[in-house]
Design a protein around this ligand. Sequence first.
Ligand SMILES: C[S@@+](CC[C@H](N)C(=O)[O-])C[C@H]1O[C@@H](n2cnc3c(N)ncnc32)[C@H](O)[C@@H]1O
Length: 266
Amino acid sequence: MITLDLIGIGTGNPDHLTFEAAARLAGADLVLLPRKGTAKADLADLRREICARVLAGRATPVAEFDMPQRDAARPDYLAGVDAWHAAIADAWATAIAENLPGGSGRVALLVWGDPSLYDSSLRIAERLRARGLALSVRVVPGITSLQMLAAAHAIPLNRLGAPFLVTTGRRLRESGWPPGVDSVAVMLDGGCAFASLPPEGLTLYWSAYLGLPHEVSIAGPLAEAGARVQQLRADLRARHGWIMDIYLLRRDAGGNDEVSHGPATG
Ligand SMILES: C[S@@+](CC[C@H](N)C(=O)[O-])C[C@H]1O[C@@H](n2cnc3c(N)ncnc32)[C@H](O)[C@@H]1O
């Protein structure tokens, strides 16, 4: 029997690892560490740093493996994701078979942020179970990029008693402003989907590289801050070779709300 611990590690700052996460990692028989290519080496470096800190003095094997990449050129998005997840399941199965002594024990996988939010680790574990692998899954929650965004701007995610919605850049671009909400958080945006919205009455709270040394934030009316973000985002992407950003868009209140403007810079 294999126990797979999916351990949320936060989004860049090793200090955000919880005591529970560290204890679970320290108790593992094998740690799987995904590599995401040279452009995103910083992300693997963070996982290595966490392992070095938590596993110091232990002989726990850390098996690095190359994460398969999604074929973004496939016209059918969902079919492309399905093939990608199958390839990741293969990579996990191979790494476990090659590195877990006796084929049973506790395997830890460090998950960016938290496994519940735009992360497919739980779905991939389910695939392995469906293939017949005797696997039980446990989750250790981690700090999400959404929480980091709210902290960076010192804002609540929702208006008083109101819902907010989390979506992707693709959805926002394709479907426009979602009905029934005045606060929308956007993740997985390959290219400033906010620019597709009429900017009037919207405030943008944007951050990139949250938790990492080059964290940066911009906030302001979309009409003005949006242009600054577009320029800065392009510059940062060119400079670092990759970017991860997240933002909240808020419809301006009629005057009875607690919108606060945090210590955003830029
Ligand atoms: C595949 S999702 C993973 C989310 C992760 N599970 C979480 O809990 O935040 C990746 C997206 O999360 C956001 N993200 C993750 N880490 C980030 C960071 N350090 N700074 C800004 N955005 C981040 C970006 O929107 C990125 O496109």
